[in-house]
Design a protein around this ligand. Structure first.
Ligand SMILES: Nc1ncnc2c1ncn2[C@@H]1O[C@H](COP(=O)(O)OP(=O)(O)OP(=O)(O)O)[C@@H](O)[C@H]1O
Ligand SMILES: Nc1ncnc2c1ncn2[C@@H]1O[C@H](COP(=O)(O)OP(=O)(O)OP(=O)(O)O)[C@@H](O)[C@H]1O
Ligand SMILES: [Mg+2]
Ligand SMILES: [Mg+2]
Lengths: 256, 256
């Protein structure tokens, strides 16, 4: 069974998509076959890999509605060892249908348990910034909720809501769900980020990744170019930091 | 009737809440009585004014469910001329109830038309980063959708979705709805933001505010302090820029 990671934080703009893209590419680079699934109707993960969400025929919506399998809607990317299940316009109305279905929560976990998915070492799920059926089905399928957060008041303020949903899912559909917090968009120039980081280290120490991802404009450029940072700017600081995160994650998940 | 502005962009983290706070405080400073309504279950607008969403008794949820009026759930802030309708935990389950009601869209517009609300010159609505009933009721009530956007690929990519929802609401429940785009978090140091700004000026020129809000760490500090930027750092660059935006808006809305 692949190790499943859900990128989740209710706060918007904390680098959930950027982390899904960069971490998946770093894992693929180390020979760990990885599948990315875009669960966000915005489709940033899809466009960050150079695909146009408006032109994607299949998406995870087809799978959760029972019309298709993950293996048929997934597609290879320019990065060897990295495949993508894109997002498209169907993702917008999907939550309403899921709400109506009895017990929709395990649908994604069940699709990931199918034999043809076992060739992946990792599956990364990019969630939208909201508490809803798409996020709940992702957290039900996940081994780990990876919570990217900025060192800013609004992101930390909302952290409790994001952890609350994890506790809720743990209590109902996924008792094994673990979580880890990753500091992103860190800007060492001012004092504020350092102070908030110290606060996070004090209150969340065991759950905090050692790796901190700094602000790096090469990441923005790589998204415009539709390529992950490890390909677009191979030796940039951000690429090195996300490789370090991949290393830390492999140790945490006790994978070779 | 107050002039109603909805802060809306489906992209997360583009400074919707920061703009609602800073623009409202700048309008109040000029003697324009302003009401802020927090429509986001995250409650960042509420905490940015120093209140704890977990301890707020009333919210807009009570009003939209028909249990209370806006005037009873609103509360004064430390800024004279600026009142707040806070967010609380009830906001999380509200969308599900609204979905079940026939014709929920005009509920907020009807509450804003009540006589006791006519003393406000402006009402600002802070929306969550998702297409759902809370955003639709806000856009139905609004004269103007103010779309903050970063000069980054993901924000611009999602802009079409945000504009699509505006067109949809215009076609159904609010034919008069206008929109204007505001560039936020602008970082003049690199080349990327300048290039994307030129792209926005080319494709969205008539809808773009002249004012551009630059990155300013004083804004982050002001949120930690629970005070708007015009109070926390009166003569900072961000405070000046948001005052300039208030000026531009007053001309656009043809208000004295
Ligand atoms: N380390 C970084 N350095 C510079 N820019 C970054 C970094 N990480 C992310 N960004 C930029 O910040 C913005 C927000 O990141 P991203 O879209 O990945 O966040 P998100 O949490 O997925 O947002 P949403 O909540 O809308 O899904 C993007 O424009 C991205 O390019
Ligand atoms: N001009 C600026 N300079 C520096 N930091 C800023 C600026 N504007 C906003 N920020 C910071 O960027 C982060 C995102 O802003 P904000 O939370 O207002 O965006 P949002 O669009 O409301 O997010 P969400 O989609 O989660 O509701 C916050 O931590 C805020 O403090
Ligand atoms: Mg995202
Ligand atoms: Mg906000």
């Amino acid at each position: 069974m692949p190790y499943v990671i859900a990128l989740w934080h209710q706060k918007g703009g904390v680098a959930k998509t950027t982390t899904a893209l960069s971490l998946a590419a770093s894992l693929a680079e180390r020979g760990q076959a990885t599948l990315l699934i875009d669960l966000d109707p915005q489709g940033n993960l899809t466009s960050g890999l150079g695909c146009d969400p408006a032109r994607m025929r299949g998406s995870v919506a087809d799978v959760l509605l029972g019309n298709d399998r993950l293996v048929t809607v997934s597609r290879p990317t320019d990065v060897s060892g990295l495949d993508l299940v894109p997002s498209n316009a169907d993702m917008l109305t999907l939550p309403r249908w899921l709400h109506l279905r009895e017990k929709y929560e395990p649908l994604l976990r069940d699709s990931l348990a199918r034999p043809e998915l076992q060739r992946y070492a990792f599956v990364l799920l990019d969630c939208p910034p909201l508490v809803g059926p798409l996020t709940i089905t992702a957290l039900t399928a996940a081994d780990l909720a990876l919570i990217p957060t900025q060192c800013e008041y609004f992101s930390v303020q909302v952290l409790n809501n994001s952890l609350e949903l994890i506790r809720l899912v743990r209590g109902r559909t996924n008792p094994e769900l673990a979580y880890r917090i990753l500091v992103t968009l860190f800007d060492g120039r001012g004092l504020l980020h350092g102070r908030v980081l110290a606060h996070l280290q004090q209150h969340f120490a065991p759950a905090l990744f050692q790796t901190v991802i700094g602000v790096d404009s090469k990441l923005r450029e790589s998204q415009l170019a539709g390529r992950p940072i490890t390909v677009h700017a191979h030796s940039s600081r951000a690429a090195q930091q996300y490789r370090q995160l991949a290393e830390e994650l492999l140790t945490y998940a006790q994978r070779p």
